[in-house]
Design a protein around this ligand. Structure first.
Ligand SMILES: C[S@@+](CC[C@H](N)C(=O)[O-])C[C@H]1O[C@@H](n2cnc3c(N)ncnc32)[C@H](O)[C@@H]1O
Length: 194
């Protein structure tokens, strides 16, 4: 039986290496090859209301915004870390159709059924295992019927989570799986709200 280790990260006080990796190196060198193809899977038309759950420095959020119409599309960037949300604010400063939430989604005032699409990129595995189900349930509630969710999480035993857990959490939150893409050390999936 595989056993996954949970490693608590201090996202409020990242190390210099984490600041450089996630705030500078990945956005410059990794985003075109990793983030862009992933966000294309949302097939946004431009008029959607999207939630980037655990947006971090806003690297992926920028791709989402580039697919959204200024007037009719809107993005909510939510992250519990003041440090990373501030980086997202700076990165996305030129957009006026983005709103920032620095809080736990369970406290956020996001109306049920008001969201068309959700992205979760390398976030769920960083949430303590017992907190995942209540949080995913709230994310599921924000989605409208037929709303879509894409997720990409690492699957390493030392820092990751099993795809079976992701699928089970999504099913409990009322989402059906549409597709999956298992990779060597990670897993991507797409879901639709029933
Ligand atoms: C590894 S980073 C990924 C950031 C971003 N999605 C990206 O791909 O660049 C994980 C992020 O999840 C955030 N996070 C952790 N727990 C969270 C929670 N319960 N709710 C919202 N965000 C959370 C962290 O603050 C951090 O910014």
């Amino acid at each position: 039986m595989e056993s996954y280790q949970y490693r608590q990260m201090d996202f409020d006080n990242p190390s210099l290496i984490e600041k450089l990796a996630h705030g500078v190196v990945i956005p410059i060198f990794g985003s075109r090859f990793f983030y862009a193809p992933f966000y294309r899977k949302l097939s946004l038309k431009g008029n959607e209301r999207v939630l980037d759950f655990g947006c971090g420095p806003g690297t992926g959020s920028k791709y989402i915004l580039s697919s959204l119409d200024d007037e009719n599309g809107a993005l909510i960037c939510l992250d519990t870390s003041p440090y990373w949300l501030e980086q997202a604010r700076k990165r996305l400063g030129k957009y006026n159709n983005v709103r920032f939430h620095n809080e736990d989604i369970r406290e956020a005032n996001i109306a049920e059924g008001s969201i068309d699409a959700v992205s979760i990129m390398y976030v769920l595995h960083d949430i303590p295992p017992l907190e995942r189900e209540p949080i995913v349930n709230v994310i599921g509630k924000t989605l409208r019927p037929n709303g879509r969710l894409i997720i990409w999480e690492p699957t390493k035993l030392t820092h990751g989570m099993p795809p079976e857990e992701i699928k089970s959490l999504m099913n409990k939150a009322g989402l059906n799986q549409l597709w999956q893409k298992p990779k060597k050390n990670s897993w991507q999936g797409g879901f639709i709200k029933k």
